[in-house]
Design a protein. Structure first.
Length: 103
């Protein structure tokens, strides 16, 4: 196996303004998207900045685009920064309380 034939592409990461570790790995034989989720959360007890919501929308667009290219999409575990559930609104899952989730 030649490592130069493996390409690792970061799709969404903390350094890109969102909570995520999504990456696309491409080889001559296969492409795989790992942890195709993204979320926001409070930082320093402050809600996300409007620019973070723009970064969230862009990250989701890139994740969808990468998923179309991938042969395989994996989820390592069900934290929202690794798996994005298909809810109607970011606030439904990003800011939900235990009481709201149980309803």
């Amino acid at each position: 196996m030649h490592c130069r034939l493996i390409e690792l592409k970061p799709v969404a990461f903390e350094s890109m303004g969102v909570r995520s570790m999504c990456c696309l790995v491409e080889t001559p034989d296969l492409s795989a998207l790992f942890d195709a989720g993204v979320s926001l959360g409070p930082r320093f007890s402050l809600p996300p900045h409007p620019l973070e919501y723009l970064a969230l929308a862009e990250a989701r667009r890139k994740i969808r685009e990468s998923a179309r290219k991938a042969d395989i999409v994996t989820v390592s575990h069900y934290h929202f920064d690794h798996f994005t559930p298909p809810f109607h609104s970011d606030t439904v899952w990003t800011w939900s309380s235990k009481e709201e989730a149980a309803a």
